[in-house]
Ligand binder design. Structure first.
Ligand code: DGP
Ligand code: NA
Ligand code: NA
Length: 210
């Protein structure tokens, strides 16, 4: 079949998970799979470090700048807001977006610092709601063992454990939890199947807001 063919909008598919959960690799694999199927697809990621807001975020993550916790929270959110209208037009034009992190990262990472979770959710309200959230479930200790924590601000096991707890509390009906600790090819199979189902199901569904 031809997943992204004419007649219907694209799907908003988000991958979430801890640092080193394998999200970025799985996003890349899914993207090339969907492209191979002839599906109109783009890979996006948040934070988008290319914009001027994204450059501030990137400097903060590299510990090159210090920002108040609420200030950086709002910058991450602004980085999603500045892409909202482009996101909407791509989806309505029939392009499926595979997105590496979204609002759930926004809430889970900031709440893990101790900010009130309802306060954290508020600036995300009105962003486009994903059709599918694939959560790659990896134990924080296992993720750390994978090595390659790049030395960025949040890449510490104790912190990631708290992030995992907040992610857990955010799960809703659009979430599918995939065991991210099994071989990459097994994860890839499951991600493909979830994505293909989502793409065919959401063609007739309206876009909604968070
Ligand atoms: P990545 O480029 O996917 O490795 O993400 C960079 C780091 O920023 C990672 O530790 C997760 C964190 N992060 C991503 N989005 C948000 C957000 O919206 N808010 C906060 N506080 N952290 C985020
Ligand atoms: Na990272
Ligand atoms: Na990543």
């Amino acid at each position: 079949e031809n997943a992204g063919s004419k007649g219907g909008r694209g799907a908003l598919i988000v991958l979430e998970g801890l640092d080193r959960s394998g999200k970025s690799s799985q996003c890349a694999r899914l993207l090339s799979f969907l492209e191979g199927k002839g599906c109109a697809t783009e890979g996006w990621r948040f934070p988008d470090r290319e914009t001027s807001v994204g450059k501030m975020i990137s400097a903060y993550l590299a510990n090159e700048s210090q920002l108040d916790d609420r200030t950086i929270h709002l910058l991450f959110s602004a980085n999603r807001w500045e892409k909202r209208s482009l996101m909407e037009s791509k989806l309505l034009g029939g392009t499926t977006l595979v997105v590496d992190r979204y609002s759930y990262s926004g809430v889970a990472f900031s709440a893990a610092k101790g900010l009130d979770i309802e306060w954290c959710k508020a600036p995300e309200v009105g962003l486009l709601a994903p059709d599918l959230v694939i959560y790659l479930d990896v134990q924080p200790e296992k993720a750390a063992e994978r090595g390659g924590y790049g030395g960025e601000r949040y890449e510490r096991v104790e912190f990631q454990k708290r992030v995992a707890e907040y992610y857990h509390s955010l799960r809703d009906s659009t979430w599918k939890v995939v065991d991210g600790s099994v071989p990459m090819e097994t994860v890839e199979e499951q991600v493909r199947e979830l994505a293909m189902n989502c793409i065919s199901e959401c063609k007739e569904k309206q876009l909604t807001n968070l």
